[in-house]
Design a protein around this ligand. Structure first.
Ligand code: BGC
Ligand code: BGC
Length: 847
């Protein structure tokens, strides 16, 4: 009944807008929030139902839906066919659509996803990006019928991070430490300009997540664990990106549309699981996770992205009480809602290719990267059949067109497009460097900082001269992996910044990744931390910082009487007490991006040892006392961090830290004894090692690499989900690809008839015998592998007891899985783990 009544109200509201003279206030759609989900098809349970009366109020500025805009949209819509209307609601990814497709399919939007680029080249020139935008726009303009421009979106989430040469700003976790809304606004402006010069119209940011569990691989995309920071940043970032909305005028040149994401509570999922569930009350949803959305809406944010995640089991992309009743009710949002990457396909009864439910719940535009064609056809059929009510379709189209008008797409003037000198311009780089300086948090300083600029400085650690590592995920590639300094022609590594400052001050700096030196330095700076990751691949089980080399380097230097300074790069706080104890000073530098010089600005003083810039950053994420990784957030009962939210020393306010406990709180060989490679990552403590006659190379968090002589190489590949698999390529001579790193007793598992199991796809048939290994044990699997057609997935399960019979010491397993061959062979594997033998495990006996 409620729905029927509100549908009529909507129809009235929509028809009222037909009158061009209507004053802006009369056309505010949020005065008649409506969802078109029928009670029988709603997926909303009692626990996942939002009650609008409990929510605070906000409102898109009246200038978003001024009379002229609404009249223009009304007139345009009166000329649009049903096909054109449906087309507006669908967004395709540039990797899966060509400009020519737009002549057949009247789509309204394209995006460039994290791994999508002109011609599939992640390192394409900025010029190519401009040409890509122009080609799609030209095709859209050639379409018959109503002339409606595309809106083209991209993830510019720490600068225009998909483009070689762009300024890469610190990720949000670092920006949160600045507590400086003015810098945020200027970063928004700089980012918008860099995006606009390459021809894109819209960024999928700001991220307003309030990460509660730092094990989440997207924690770094949030500003802080406490919503106060996002509340103070959301408005300035929106204004920086978009400028002020003004009635009758589109965004000023050099500005782009923003998208606050991911609505709602993406940072609240249990265990920090990506795309997981927030199990909490409506009160917590409002008090914590509503975050800065009201401020973004008040500032005029033109779109909002719905979250993949769910609340008490109900996926947000299908929750009409959140997307419509609340967002269009008290929150007063007049822009459009875009869904996340095929998120609609995760709803009950839906697939990537069809989902009226999401649309009726309040998704105005489907992000349908590769599924757009069938989704378009199915959505069209649903609009024809009435499964999607016409009023609901019209409402969504109106919101999208309104945003296109405000973004200036109908003018298509683009005065800044092609001004590629703005990418990585001196002004933007100076701003990024300021942000780096201000985001550094000094956790410890026992007298060693600032460093005199005429000192002899040793710079150690593999991260010191690695701009890719300093930039993290969402940098040129989706996961941020595979970048080298050559990919950042305008950037500066941390090492290079230190070298420059010390050289200018009359000192001498040397770079030595492993910390070896010939002449004893006055001080050593060791730069180390997490290697790049993004969505789900960065989810971890504990906050233990595992690599041991940095600690060994620090201890060695300290033992030689050299004062040590750690610069720790990470997306999140991690348990680093042993490293802190081995350091005289410890700086949390987050993921600073391309302007590594900002680190030296604060660490290196003048020749007299006087600071040139003081520390300014305050923790916006609590630093843990142990490695377990349980949620640790300011204000929670029993809150007892190592360094509290808001902590940060400076030269003006020094403090002593003393010796910290080195009890990590996690059991010996941490992590898993039965899961080795799951969801595209190795489960701690396991990793991939590649061995050949030249020795062994352990890949750690790296997803690609090769054995010392190139006998075997690995790289990420798509399996049952994106990048969930590894391709293993054996060359002539070959070698071993091994899961290694732990030491476990699998006697019980072997007695219990467990099997080692993995999915695989032969990519190139073996040219010689292949053995499956477990430690010293092995069996010949050549026949099994050659029996499968090339290119087809299959699962192989081999009984542990079988491997024990063939030489494996099942009580002390340090390599639970491996493949060995000395001839060419290519195979892609995923999901390597122990599973119960359900009568399907074998004991291969070879030829
Ligand atoms: C992410 C979004 C992103 C989108 C487009 C999704 O997988 O969750 O944050 O904006 O992809 O790249
Ligand atoms: C895209 C990302 C997206 C992700 C989701 C990637 O290929 O580039 O933008 O977030 O897929 O699976």
């Amino acid at each position: 009944m409620r729905n029927a009544v509100s549908l009529i109200a909507l129809a009235l509201a929509v028809s009222v807008t037909g009158c061009a003279a209507t004053p802006p206030s009369a056309v505010r759609v949020h005065q008649a929030p409506v969802s078109a989900v029928s009670p029988s098809s709603s997926i909303v349970t009692e626990a996942g139902r939002a009650h609008p009366a409990a929510w605070p109020h906000a409102a898109s500025p009246a200038a978003m839906s001024d009379a002229a805009t609404e009249a223009f949209v009304t007139e345009l819509m009166s000329r649009m066919t049903l096909e054109e209307k449906v087309g507006q609601t669908i967004q395709a990814d540039i990797a899966s659509i060509t400009p020519e497709d737009l002549l057949t399919y009247p789509l309204g939007s394209i995006l460039a996803g994290g791994n999508s680029s002109p011609g599939g080249d992640e390192r394409a020139s900025a010029r190519k990006w401009v040409e890509l935008a122009q080609a799609f726009r030209a095709a859209a303009a050639r379409r018959a019928g109503a002339k409606i421009p595309l809106i083209y979106g991209i993830d510019a989430v720490h600068g225009h991070n998909n483009i070689v040469g762009a300024t890469i700003f610190p990720h949000n976790s670092g920006l949160g430490a600045m507590r400086d809304p003015d810098v945020i606004r200027r970063i928004g402006e700089a980012t918008a300009l860099e995006v606009a010069v390459t021809g894109a119209d819209w960024t999928f940011g700001p991220t307003l997540a309030v990460p509660q569990d730092d094990r989440w691989g997207r924690a770094y995309e949030g500003y802080a664990e406490n919503p106060e920071v996002a509340r103070s940043y959301a408005g300035p970032m929106t204004l920086g990106l978009q400028g002020e909305l003004s009635a009758d005028h589109p965004l000023a040149s050099g500005h782009i549309a923003g998208s606050a994401k991911h609505f709602l509570a993406d940072g609240g999922t249990t265990g920090g699981k990506d795309q997981g569930d927030f199990a909490g009350t409506e009160r917590e949803l409002i008090d914590v996770h509503l975050s800065g959305y009201p401020q973004a809406i008040d500032a005029g944010v033109l779109s909002i992205m719905a979250s993949f995640s769910s609340w008490n089991g109900v996926k947000h992309s299908g929750n009409e009480t959140i997307l419509t009743d609340v967002l269009r009710g008290p929150l007063g949002f007049d822009g459009f809602v875009v869904s996340d990457w095929n998120a609609h396909g995760q709803l009950p009864g839906c697939s990537n290719e069809s989902c009226a439910l999401a649309f009726n719940a309040g998704i105005d535009m489907f992000m349908a990267p590769d599924s757009w064609k069938p989704l378009y056809e199915n959505t069209l059929a649903q609009a024809r059949s009435g499964e999607i009510p016409m009023a609901r379709l019209d409402e969504a189209v109106r919101r999208i067109l309104r945003v296109k008008v405000k973004t200036g797409l109908f003018q298509d003037a683009r005065p800044v497009e092609g001004r590629l000198e703005e990418l990585g311009s001196p002004a933007h780089r100076a701003l990024a460097r300021e942000a780096v300086r201000k985001s550094l948090v000094l956790l410890k300083n026992e007298g060693v900082l600032p460093i005199r600029s005429n000192a002899r400085v040793l710079v150690a650690g593999t991260a010191a001269d690695d701009i890719g590592q300093a930039s993290g995920g969402w940098t040129l590639t989706w996961q941020g992996t595979g970048n080298s300094n050559a990919d950042f022609p305008n950037g500066q590594s941390i090492w290079s910044g230190v070298e420059e400052a010390v050289r200018a001050g009359g000192g001498a700096a040397t770079l030595s990744a492993d910390g070896a030196y010939s002449q004893k330095p006055d001080v050593a700076i060791v730069v180390f931390g997490e290697t790049p990751y993004a969505e789900f691949q960065g989810d971890v089980d504990t906050l233990d910082f595992l690599p041991s080399e940095p600690l060994e380097t620090l201890r060695r230097l300290k033992a030689a009487g050299i004062p040590t300074v750690s610069v720790f790069l990470s997306g999140r706080p991690m348990w680093t007490n042993p490293e802190i104890n081995a350091s005289d000073a410890f700086v949390a530098a987050w993921l600073p991006g391309t302007e590594g010089g900002g680190v030296a600005d604060v660490l290196i003083g003048d020749a007299a040892g006087k600071a040139r810039h003081d520390f300014h950053g305050k923790l916006s994420f609590s630093w843990p006392r142990d490695a377990r990784g349980e949620p640790l957030n300011v204000g929670q009962p029993g809150y007892d961090p190592q360094f509290a939210y808001g902590y940060g020393l400076s030269y003006a306010r020094p403090g002593r830290v003393g010796t910290l406990s080195e009890e990590s709180g996690v059991q010996g060989a941490t992590g898993s004894i039965d899961r080795y490679f799951v969801d595209g990552r190795f489960v701690s403590p396991w990793g991939l090692a590649l061995r050949d006659a030249g020795g062994e190379r352990r890949l750690g968090m790296e997803t690609s690499g090769a054995s010392p002589r190139g006998g075997v190489a690995a790289r990420p590949a798509d399996g049952s989900t994106q990048e969930s698999a590894r391709s293993l390529i054996f060359a002539a001579g070959g070698g071993d690809a091994l899961v290694s790193g732990g030491a476990v007793d699998l006697t019980r598992q072997s007695n219990g008839e467990m099997a080692i199991s993995f999915r695989y796809r032969v990519d190139a048939a073996p040219q010689g015998p292949v053995r499956l290994t477990l430690g010293a044990g092995s069996v010949d699997v050549t026949r099994l592998l050659t029996a499968r057609p090339v290119g087809e997935w299959a699962t192989l399960k081999v009984r542990l007891s079988c491997l024990a019979d063939h030489g494996a010491d099942i009580a002390a397993v340090d390599q639970p899985w491996g493949l060995r061959t000395d001839a060419p062979f290519a195979v892609t594997v995923e999901t390597i783990r122990l599973t119960p033998n359900e009568g399907d495990a074998v004991c291969p006996t070879g030829e």
